[in-house]
Design a binder for this molecule. Sequence first.
Ligand SMILES: [Zn+2]
Length: 408
Amino acid sequence: MRDHELYTTILGLQAPWTVERVEVDLPGKAVHVWLGRTDDTPAPCPECQAACPIYDHREREWRHLDTCQLQTRLHARVPRVQCPTHGVVQSAVPWATPGSQFTLLFERLVIDWLQEAAVIAVARQLQLGWDAVWGIKRRAVARGLARRETLALRYVGVDEKAFQRRHDYVTVVSDLERGRVLYVADDRKRESLEAFWAVGLTAAQREALAGIAMDMWAPYVQATLAQVPDADAKIVFDKFHCAKHLNDGVDRVRRAEHRELRARGDTRLTGTKYRWLRNPEHFDPAVWRAFGPLRRSTLKVARAWALKESAASLWEYRYGGAARTFFRRWYHWATHSRLQPMIEKARMLKTHLPNILTYLKHRITNATAEGLNSKIQWIRYTARGFRNRENFKTAIYFHCSGLDLYPH
Ligand SMILES: [Zn+2]
């Protein structure tokens, strides 16, 4: 088989395209393959696929899968066509998507690698520029989003994710049943979420939502009340966020008390921070025993801890009436504890109680999408400095949305 025929076969070329010339550049570690058209028959418009008369030609180059150890580059004079609808445009070629400097097969390879490794590693291994890799990632996401069908959604979660600097956020909406990210928006403002409800979903989808897990964050609540029918019964304040607030109260009590004790030379609380915050189910038994005297002590932090641990029962009730009775007692205990941080947290929970108790019906939390959270952590970890927020958003869609990313 001659080299022309070999490349015609492996590139799957069909008339009128053919291989005109192959050159091996050993010092440059590359193979250059020139493709040409055998005639000037009409070529397809990239927008409407209509066969249109040829206007002129432009020289183009694409990177293809390596041939053995040699980087393989395709070259062709691509016709520009005169489309009655779209004007003079570069015609579509069968081996690449419009505007890409890479063949379809090469883009597929990069997408496969991006699912396994960080952008910087993929760029290094495939000898690509950082921008080129991001370009492939962005096009893959755009393709996937354009192909996505309208889903019937029942349970969704709304969460904020920080990236880079601590106060830079994106809002992430996910499908809790399928464990997929549906939407990523800038910031964590009312508009961030409202756009998704209003534009990202159809009226039927909004109507069909059964439950929406979120933090007690006023902008998200306002956006949801404004756009989702019957939102009052659907919003579920995430129980892990509630637990985090209580933990924060315990920690404030501990810090203040630790300062007082230390001033008197009492170091009982030194190095105990994480014991007060850890879920008892996650304790090593020996550490749990060692923690006993402190837990049972009359210290303020021990009382705050007991309040926090006891509050967890709220989410175990099956019926709203019993849960409300429990909460009334707990609230009385908390607000008479003389522990200011715990009193504040108890008031906050009381204010939000109706949408905390919606949990009893829907049983959803943002941790339902636990796999997603750890993936987003991985994205942040491997990012080593996203140059911008758009890249962070692209990466979340790429890795967490279950999109069909490949060029066809
Ligand atoms: Zn056209």
